[in-house]
Ligand binder design. Structure first.
Ligand code: YXS
Length: 265
């Protein structure tokens, strides 16, 4: 079991416990997290908390790079387990809170943004790293960041792939609250979970369902632009740079990218 799930006083606590693999979002991890979300909702919980056992200070190292396809398939297509997990978090009709006490990387950052709220310890950092690994992130993921952070901060995070600190993340509205690590659980219970236990889950669930609909309301794109996005992304994930990004990481060396922006013209 990669995930431990416990219900206490109508809150479902979901803990990633694959610290040995830095809680990589492998297919198995994603599927267990999806099952945990279903378990919490089907047991009349009023909230779900996603936590992690950390190792080397890492909350989650993001998508398992070993599982990124190199045969020309889209690494972030609609049906990949990580994308299914992100949608499941957004579609679960009760609040899902990420409780972060370490560094968050790549798809795990999108996992946190898919949650309704994020609380973190001061030592947490958040980074989205497709540019470092030569991966073409997908439109729904980019939209998460634009909606949550605004264009400039979202571009900074994607283009630079540099971790932002918990305080920086708080300032830009990525996270809701920061606490000293040994006070994090107490703050989570007092300021987030106890109010959920007291409030009307019927009202909260109706409001969360509206947030889901309204957050998608503005994004209508033309058929041509839909095809343009797919063309950009497939040119990247079929490129030599994409393979170089994955292999350089696994071989523990700096990538030597040869692709040019004009390759997409
Ligand atoms: O050499 P061994 O076998 O011990 O394995 C090393 C790493 O290869 C492995 N590892 C990973 N394996 C698969 N997928 C990963 N995401 C991953 N991250 C790490 O774990 C062992 C220990 O790693 P090491 O030696 O680097 O530990 P460290 O303490 O020096 O550094 C920890 C990290 C997390 C800072 C470092 O491992 C790192 O930067 N990992 C990659 C983080 C990242 O960029 N994740 C994004 C993955 S791709 C993704 O999520 C999206 C698709 S996207 O790219 O679009 O965001």
């Amino acid at each position: 079991m990669l995930v431990n799930t416990v219900i206490n006083d109508r809150i479902c606590y979901v803990e990633m416990q694959d610290a040995e693999h830095l809680n990589c979002l492998s297919e198995d991890m994603c599927n267990e997290l999806i099952d945990a979300l279903k378990y919490g909702y089907s047991n009349e919980c009023v909230g779900i908390v996603i936590k992690a056992q950390t190792r080397r200070g890492v909350w989650s190292a993001g998508h398992d790079i070993h599982e990124l396809p190199q045969d020309g398939r889209d690494p972030l297509s609609f049906y990949v387990p990580m994308e299914q997990l992100l949608r499941k978090i957004q579609d679960t009709p009760i609040p899902v809170i990420a409780c972060v006490n370490g560094t968050v990387w790549g798809g795990a950052c999108d996992l946190c943004l898919s949650c309704d709220m994020i609380v973190s310890s001061k030592n947490a950092t958040f980074s989205i790293t497709p540019a470092k690994i030569g991966i073409p992130y997908n439109a729904s993921g980019i939209l998460h960041f634009i909606n949550q952070l605004g264009m400039n901060k979202a571009r900074e995070m994607f283009f630079l792939g540099r971790p932002i600190t918990a305080d920086d993340a708080l300032n830009v509205g990525l996270i809701n609250h920061v606490a000293e690590e040994d006070y994090l659980d107490h703050m989570l219970e007092e300021h987030f979970l106890n109010p959920l236990r007291r409030n009307s889950i019927l009202s909260i669930s109706a409001i969360k369902r509206q947030f889901r609909i309204l957050s998608r309301a503005s994004t209508v794109i033309s058929a041509e632009n839909f095809e343009r996005i797919n063309a950009y992304r497939s040119r990247v994930f079929k490129s030599d740079d994409y393979k170089e990004g994955i292999n350089s990481f696994l071989e523990k060396r700096q990538p030597q990218y040869k692709g040019k922006a004009s390759d997409l013209d």
